[in-house]
Design a protein around this ligand. Structure first.
Ligand code: FAD
Length: 540
């Protein structure tokens, strides 16, 4: 079976949803829902997954993109969470090495005492995560900082402690899990909000879904319903129980993006903020991004929280104290994103003090809700939610697999450089294009290049065949799906973003039968999204 989420096959998926009775229907196609769908299909259940907007379009494409245990949660005493997530780094690397790239995290310190304190924390972190050999931390002297990270201000920082973390592409991690579930028979659909939970004798017997593309409404029957709607779990809970009490404390997290030459670093660097938090500065191909903020989000459950001038200034401020290069300004920010953390509320605490643990609840109609947690911990979370659902709804689960098969594109030893060289040699693409593609698709680059190696637009590091792949294998149904969460150019390739948008729209039109009016609507929607994320520039 192919691991396909096919946009042209949407109607057939709706027919299946209408016709079959599933063991399990999952609401939400972020990393939580995707992980549950994969785990459930691996353990012998028939599964349907419904996503209101696009896969990963909620929090799961707007994270810091780190597969990490979260060193700072150790200081908060969350040892269990850190152990689980620190160990998960190796597991995700094993399943999808292209989506867990090993990178150095550099923590500059001013003094020996600071360095020693940092080393103590990192040593504990490494023990919890069973880190060994070449991956163990090291210390840099001033000379080594000059050599490896010349932008760091060594007038201030005399030492650095350097430890391993893993960088992912969060949206593609979601897609890989969904495609893995689909390959085992799961029926998966995006742009399909669940609008009702159907109750039979007080128990959930399925859901009602409305396809946003065709308007078709379908009643999906299932023996259990799992609510994995992230920051939106509360409105979904109220479909089952209008009196469900509040559960979440939403926290907004903003990232800003600059061209790499504006902030020329090579690794991941930790900076301290004025309010004693840390932000990450992350080199990613042609860009460097900085994040994140952590502020209570009062307005509720908006899908696209705003990036304010205050958020941007907060992230720019520590750069001046860490780097010797000219400090970037608001004008240097070429793109930005904001996401909402679905934290489990702990009354009286600030977002930065709240644990990142997850929680599973069973509602009066036996709908199982999972909320909180981290991208990195998605597999244990999925297992926890599924086992709670099986217990609540009398489902028999096969035992968990000892030796899980790799995610799509993950069947290689982790040598990204070798995959890049092979792609350059076999398809004649540029090294920049190869580096980009290998980190999104892993070994599947060979399948994509076999569909054609022509660039999407002149000088672009994106292939036209990536658009075809995103439509036929990854369920891209709108231009925003394409440039934000498949090609990733809207965030990662500021210079080619405009020509890519136009060319991708034309290519999608040819594949999906869009007319000129539809092309105009799609391009307009993407431009409006990009402008909204940069609207802070107009603030006084
Ligand atoms: P989401 O990804 O939001 O998915 C929920 C989905 O449910 C959405 O796509 C939504 O459209 C859908 N939905 C809602 N209502 C309905 C409905 N009625 N019908 C159907 N679908 C519906 N974690 C890490 O491990 N590493 C990091 O570096 C990291 N950085 C972060 C940085 C920021 C700024 C933030 C905000 C979080 C970060 N996290 C990180 C945490 C991590 O991103 C989240 O824990 C995770 O993405 C949450 O995934 P989710 O699937 O639960 O929610």
């Amino acid at each position: 079976m192919t691991a396909a989420l096919s946009t042209p096959a949407r109607e057939q998926t709706l027919d299946r949803l209408d016709r079959e009775r599933f063991d399990c229907v999952v609401i939400g196609g972020g990393i939580s829902g995707a992980g549950i769908a994969r785990e459930a299909s691996q353990r012998g259940l028939s599964v349907a997954l419904l996503e209101a907007e696009d896969y990963a379009s909620g929090t799961s494409s707007r994270s810091s993109k780190l597969i990490h245990g979260g060193l700072r949660y150790l200081a908060m005493g969350d040892v269990g969470l850190v152990r689980t997530t620190a160990l998960e780094r190796k597991a995700i690397f094993r399943l999808a090495p292209h989506l867990a790239e090993r990178r150095w995290m550099v923590v500059p310190t001013r003094s020996w005492a600071g360095l020693l304190k940092m080393r103590t924390g990192i040593t504990t972190y490494e023990k919890l995560g069973a880190v060994e050999g070449d991956d163990l931390h090291r210390n840099w002297s001033v000379d080594e900082i000059h050599e490896h990270e010349p932008a760091i201000d060594t007038g201030v920082f005399k030492h650095a402690c350097v430890y391993r973390e893993y960088l992912t592409d969060d949206a593609h991690l979601v897609l890989a899990n969904l495609r893995s579930a689909a390959a085992r028979g799961a029926a998966v659909l995006n742009h399909a909000p669940v609008v009702a939970v159907t109750l039979e004798d007080g128990r959930a017997g399925g859901v009602e879904v409305r396809c946003q593309q065709s308007g078709r409404r379908v009643r999906v029957r299932a023996r259990c319903v799992i609510n994995a709607a992230g920051p939106w779990v509360e409105p979904v809970r109220r479909l089952e129980d209008p009196d469900a009490p509040p559960l979440l404390h939403l926290s907004k997290g903003v990232h800003i993006v600059m061209r790499a030459e504006t902030l020329p670093i090579n690794n991941l660097v930790v900076c301290n903020t004025a309010d004693r938090r840390t932000v990450f500065v992350i080199r990613h191909g042609e860009i460097t991004y900085v994040g994140t903020t952590d502020t209570t989000y009062q307005p509720g459950h908006a899908y696209w929280p705003e990036v304010s001038g205050e958020d941007v200034d907060y992230l720019l401020e520590p750069l001046a104290r860490t780097f010797r290069t000219p400090t970037p300004t608001r004008d240097d920010v070429v793109s930005a994103w904001a996401g909402l953390r679905p934290l489990i509320a702990e009354p009286g605490k600030e977002p930065k003090e709240i644990s990142r643990r997850d929680e599973v609840l069973v509602g009066p109609g036996k709908v199982v809700t999972i909320a909180g947690g981290k991208l990195t911990g998605y597999r244990p979370m999925a297992r926890e939610a599924l086992e709670a659902a099986a217990a609540a709804c009398d489902l028999r689960l096969a035992p968990p697999a000892d030796d899980e098969e790799p995610l799509p594109g993950g069947d290689f030893d982790g040598d990204l450089g070798r995959l890049e060289r092979e792609l350059v040699a076999s398809a004649g693409v540029t090294p920049v294009c190869a580096a980009r593609m290998v980190r999104l698709y892993g070994t599947e680059v060979a399948d994509i290049a076999a569909m054609g190696a022509a660039p999407l637009a002149e000088g672009s590091a994106v292939l036209a065949s990536e658009v075809d792949w995103a439509i036929s294998q990854e369920g891209a149904a709108t231009l925003e799906d394409m440039v934000y969460r498949r090609l990733r150019t809207a965030l990662y390739s500021p210079d080619s973003a405009k020509p890519t948008v136009e060319a991708a729209a034309r290519r999608m039109a040819a594949r999906l039968g869009w007319d000129e009016a539809r092309i105009g609507v799609e391009i307009g929607a993407v431009r409006a999204r990009m402008a909204a994320d940069l609207a802070f520039r107009d603030e006084a």
